[in-house]
Design a protein around this ligand. Structure first.
Ligand code: MN
Length: 192
């Protein structure tokens, strides 16, 4: 199977001012394309060539894992944003957030802090376990909660390429601004 980059459901300038068109063009346009192209070349004529991306992530390591996971993670990241989307969680997800973190505000602070304090490149994830409990993971490099049997719900990219053009070294400002474009209706579908 040859993987291709899906088309984003919004225009490259739709997330301004949180994420600039220039960042979309580099981050989604070039970085994500490179992960997908590299993965395609690495899996050609190997045991991975006919596997779905999630299976490659579970079964591989090294370069194949890094590129497969980065390819998947960026699709997950960019497809959780909608300009003018649902700004807050509701229903069962909101209840679970309030029961585990006290409030939505307290959850957001804890999530941003987990991302802001990752040393080097990584991702901060919200996932759920098989009982519906929420888990925040500060992940290094390409790490993905799928490999721990968790269900990913939300992710913020904390590689410098995600924010340097728009925020330079102000990683925490970038993480806090992402709340303006997260579409919680998408996170709720992932949780249900
Ligand atoms: Mn990235």
């Amino acid at each position: 199977m040859t993987f291709t980059k899906p088309k984003l459901p919004y225009s490259p300038d739709a997330l301004v001012p949180t994420i600039s068109e220039e960042t979309i063009n580099f981050h989604w346009g070039k970085h994500e394309q490179n992960y997908i192209d590299t993965l395609n070349s690495l899996i050609e004529d190997t045991e991975y060539q006919d596997m779905p991306l999630e299976d490659i992530i579970s079964k591989s390591d090294g370069k194949v894992f890094n590129n497969a996971s980065q390819a998947w993670n960026h699709i997950f990241y960019f497809f959780q944003f909608t300009p003018g989307g649902q700004k807050e969680p509701s229903g069962a997800l909101l209840k679970q957030i309030e029961s585990q973190f006290g409030s939505f505000e307290a959850f957001k602070e804890k999530f941003v802090d987990a991302g802001a304090t990752i040393f080097g490149s990584g991702w901060v994830w919200l996932s759920s376990d098989d009982k519906g409990n929420l888990v925040i993971t500060a992940a290094r490099n390409a790490e993905n909660p799928l490999t721990q049997g968790l269900r990913p719900l939300l992710v913020f990219d904390v590689w410098e390429h995600a924010y340097y053009l728009d925020y330079q070294n102000r990683r925490k400002d970038y993480l806090q601004k992402l709340w303006d474009i997260v579409d919680w209706s998408i996170v709720e579908i992932r949780y249900s």
